[in-house]
Design a protein around this ligand. Sequence first.
Ligand code: SF4
Length: 130
Amino acid sequence: MYQNTLICPLPCVAGRIASFIFYYLQENLMSNRREFIVQLSLGTGVLVAGQAMAQGAALAETDPQAVALGYKADTTKVDDKKFPKHAAAQQCSNCALFQGKAGDKAGGCPLFAGKQVAANGWCSAWAKKA
Ligand code: SF4
């Protein structure tokens, strides 16, 4: 069975950012309330940006690995002549390797580390979720 080889950088990124913010606030001891609010807003923005980066960009169908596995962001666009085992009901969201939650539009896949596959996508490694 496949193993999850994706090493999520989120805890590292979030941890470093949180440490930086803590250190920064401590060093500057927030001279007044306005400064505190500005610093808090900046910190929140950095955390959100860090989280977005950690989740990864959408997997492009032109990505070499995606091409090799016949990935399509829309399972209805799969060439059934080229992939005769493909069925319309098969999609990333019901694949055993999909790491997104139910209802997510996209999620991780260990075959495409650092990228997000579409919930409605498909590739030739599709395996039925148990
Ligand atoms: Fe990953 Fe499964 Fe989607 Fe293929 S079908 S990209 S293995 S989640």
